[in-house]
Design a protein around this ligand. Structure first.
Ligand code: GAP
Length: 510
């Protein structure tokens, strides 16, 4: 399956099996807003729980928080979002389509990069084992030409955006001959800045109402509560505060399914450290977060770091963990060394001190912050697209299977009476009642057993438990494992401990 087909299949599968629906679909949908269905909500919850356990439960010095979506409007002035949370947009005059100018240039650079990779792959095939890829990348003129142009384009774009020189961004788009992907036209408007925050009104009368913003990140709720948590939790530096929750951004170009939405969920952790120690902790969290991703069992080659060359004004180091989505490597999580920018800005705007008295140093200071920030929906998409597989079976038939790590799977086990009679449904329901408090299990008696197995493969259920006539005699059931499709007889009494062994999230964390 090529990557385009895979992506289409992921989207169709997500809908067909109750993972994700377009928001307000009966009204033709709302662009870049999605709802999670009966299986999606379970998978999303499990991913969130796994993150929470790894970050909060497994760290003595990290605690959780749940702050409101609405915050005092000055928060966003202090954080810089009112003045600088902008994307450069450009319209095509003929197609009337709107684009992010930086994305047009990044897509152009990505195409060149892919051309270079194609050349390299061809050479690899030609030279076999003797192929020195690093050398070829450096010396082959065609490859160099592509890669040099990638670097030059991205560097000039970064310089122009940083300097606020939007005329040069437009000039670059024109010089590179970039056309509107819809119409092929090169008839562009000027580039303008567009603030991504959604505004709304709080208050019942027009005169008394004040403008609020829907938070564009959860991090600021943590910063403004820094002292509340530090004092009431008697936290000592270094310590972290974690939270998960909705964030909202009026994305100019929303595409790629749940990858870029206007309403999405973040899982963020701010780690407060001594000034001067932030880069040590930055390296620590880069490594720790990469390990966490790899604990989900996806191949290492699907991840890479992208170290930022162009840093935001508040950061002194930043990197993304990128994942190989069906549409290429893209940001999944950001790790940022945010210095003392946020706490200092809130001190200035609120007039309140946000400092820590360090008993070892005998002085107060504004802590520095290392942030880890991941989009839950992007993580969901990564897991779903990696897990979805079409498999040819030995008997010539095929099956669609979601190889989601068992502890994360939406439904943990399906209990299936072989027939709808002879007391088999009753025994099945007894097993269901025995297991349902500890695991999300389902009872399913409709259709032939093979069809039921396929249905559960397609939603990633790791175990099917079949109750047959022998069960009445030997008090055993057939336990079928999703990936190997192997079946074994297991006493009903041992089912719970057997499932726990494979389904506990601790198996992933270890
Ligand atoms: N507090 C830092 C922060 O918000 P960010 O890089 O803008 O940093 C963090 O966002 C993460 O949130 C991203 O790595 C991505 O996973 C997710 N994210 C950002 N915008 C998103 C969107 N429009 N739709 C879905 N996820 C998004």
């Amino acid at each position: 399956m090529n990557q385009d087909d895979l992506f289409k299949k992921v989207i169709a599968h997500a809908k067909e099996y109750g993972f994700i629906f377009q928001s307000s679909e009966i009204y033709d949908g709302l662009s870049a807003v999605y709802d999670y269905g009966q299986n999606g909500v379970e998978l999303k919850k499990n991913l969130r729980d796994y993150w929470w356990k790894a970050m909060v439960q497994m760290h003595e010095n990290i605690v959780g928080l749940d702050t409101a979506i609405f915050m005092h409007p000055t928060t966003w002035k202090a954080s810089g979002h009112v003045d600088a949370f902008n994307d450069p947009l450009i319209d095509n005059k003929d197609s009337k389509k709107r684009y992010r100018a930086d994305v047009l240039l990044e897509d152009y650079a990505e195409k060149l990069r892919q051309k270079a990779e194609k050349e390299i792959a061809k050479a690899k095939k030609r030279f076999g084992d003797d192929f020195d890829e690093a050398m070829y990348r450096e010396t082959n003129p065609r490859v160099r030409k592509y890669l040099d142009e990638v670097d030059a384009t991205l560097q000039r774009m970064a310089r122009s955006l940083e300097a606020g020189d939007l005329n040069d961004v437009k000039a670059l788009i024109e010089e590179k001959g970039i056309a509107c992907p819809v119409s092929g036209s090169k008839n562009w408007t000027d580039v303008r800045q567009f603030n991504l925050m959604f505004g709304t009104q709080m208050g019942s009368t027009a005169e008394g109402a004040s403008t609020l913003y829907l938070r564009p990140e959860t991090a600021q709720g943590i910063f403004v509560n820094f002292l509340n948590v530090q004092k009431t939790g008697r936290m000592k530096i270094p310590f972290g505060i974690a939270q998960t929750g909705k964030a909202f951004r009026n994305e100019i170009v929303a595409r790629q399914f749940i990858f870029r939405q206007r309403e999405f969920e973040q899982m963020e952790m701010q780690f407060f450290v001594r000034p001067g120690e932030e880069l040590k902790w930055y390296e620590y969290w880069k490594e720790a977060r990469m390990k966490w991703h790899q604990s989900l069992g996806m191949d290492e080659s699907y991840y890479r770091f992208h170290d930022h060359e162009k840093l935001a004004h508040y950061a002194n180091a930043a990197a993304d963990i990128e994942f190989k989505f069906p549409f290429g490597f893209k940001e999944l999580e950001g790790i940022h060394s945010r210095t003392d920018f946020d706490l200092k800005a809130h001190e200035e705007h609120s007039g309140k001190k946000l400092q820590f008295f360090d008993p070892e140093l005998g002085k107060n200071y504004v802590p520095y912050v290392v942030e880890t920030s991941i989009g839950l929906d992007r993580l969901f998409l990564a897991v779903l697209s990696y897990a979805l597989q079409e498999e040819k079976l030995e008997d010539g038939s095929s099956r669609t299977v979601l190889r989601i790590p068992a502890p994360i799977a939406p439904v943990k086990a399906a209990i299936l009476p072989l027939l709808k009679k002879d007391g088999l449904p009753e025994i099945s329901r007894e097993i269901l009642n025995e297991l349902r408090f500890d695991f999300n299990v389902q009872y399913d008696e409709k259709d032939a057993i093979g069809k039921r197995y396929r249905r559960h493969d397609a939603i990633g259920t790791p175990f099917c438990i079949t109750v047959d006539h022998d069960t009445k005699e030997d008090h055993c059931v057939t336990l079928r494992e999703r990936d190997s499709m192997q079946q074994e007889r297991v006493p009903i009494d041992s089912l719970k401990s057997r499932l726990l062994e494979s389904l506990s999230m601790s198996t992933l964390i270890k």
